[in-house]
Ligand binder design. Structure first.
Ligand SMILES: C[S@@+](CC[C@H](N)C(=O)[O-])C[C@H]1O[C@@H](n2cnc3c(N)ncnc32)[C@H](O)[C@@H]1O
Length: 259
């Protein structure tokens, strides 16, 4: 599978292994939910090289971290070999057969990992699985790319350095070539979520990420059966329904609850 090969690549494992800070929404979530986490069985999906593990595992009653990439999990096993009560495993977040219904208090899918899942029906399968394994009143916290940010990719930035300017020209040309014109994309965004090419490749293949507007995301979550608790913009600010609808950050964190 191409995606697994991409995340198994050592350059990706090394690059994610160097990441050791929380994003502000994650930090603020932790500050507000320390007591809840202490009593929680936590399932952290798509942990990569364990950036979130560093912070969430010590706070949880029990912690399971998983990823579809074997090399990411191997890296975590080395990193956390001295840490107690951590369970690490290779698993696909779209198939959570390792967990019983209503058995987990808190599920995390951080840093847009869910946007790698293709096609959309698999994302829905993943969300249904998360809903299934969560206990009633359990929380799901995740981030996803925001379609309202897409127009930024079409902006041209001027650089004084000729090489950087040329690179910027190539970047913008590629965005249009692979995704179509901005007008075209804006029409697609109105119709629903989409897979967008930001510029990354897996070998020669395009690495597409799922983008969704906040409104569409709220509807998708509601259909699965989740209740909206709040959102977080990237500066860590808590967002209510009306604020999240207009948030134009590149990605947004959503906190939802199983009723
Ligand atoms: C952008 S990285 C984020 C890693 C980590 N959560 C962090 O915040 O540093 C996305 C991760 O999701 C994993 N991933 C992608 N699709 C997955 C799937 N279907 N099931 C489990 N993990 C998946 C990738 O292997 C990768 O490690």
């Amino acid at each position: 599978m191409e995606l697994v090969r991409f995340w198994n690549h050592l350059s990706n494992v090394r690059s994610y292994s160097r990441k050791d800070t929380l994003q502000l929404p994650e930090l603020n979530f932790i500050m507000e939910h320390k007591d809840f986490l202490k009593e929680s069985d936590v399932l952290d999906l798509g942990i990569g090289a364990g950036r979130s593990t560093l912070f969430f595992a010590p706070l949880a009653k029990s912690y399971t971290g998983s990823d579809i990439s074997e090399n990411m999990i191997e890296e975590c096993k080395t990193k956390f070999s001295y840490t107690k009560n951590i369970n690490l495993l290779v698993e696909d977040a779209t198939d959570l057969k390792n967990y019983r219904d209503n058995s987990i208090d808190f599920v995390l899918f951080s840093f847009n990992g869910i946007d790698n899942i293709f096609p959309e029906s698999k994302r829905i399968q993943c969300l249904n699985e998360i809903n299934r394994v969560l206990k009633s009143r359990g929380l799901y916290f995740f981030s996803t790319h925001n379609s309202l940010f897409i127009e930024e990719y079409y902006k041209f930035h001027f650089f004084r350095h000729p090489r950087r300017l040329y690179r910027e020209y190539l970047r913008k040309r590629q965005i249009i070539k692979e995704n179509g014109s901005l007008e075209n994309i804006q029409e697609k965004i109105k119709k629903g979520p989409l897979f967008f090419f930001e510029g990354m490749r897996i070998g020669k293949e395009k690495f597409l990420q799922y983008f969704i507007t906040p409104n569409q995301q709220m509807t998708q979550l509601k259909k699965i059966g989740f209740e909206f608790v709040c959102g977080y913009s990237l500066d860590g600010k808590k967002l209510g329904v009306s604020e999240i609808e207009n948030c134009k950050d590149p990605w947004i964190y959503y906190l939802v609850r199983k009723p």
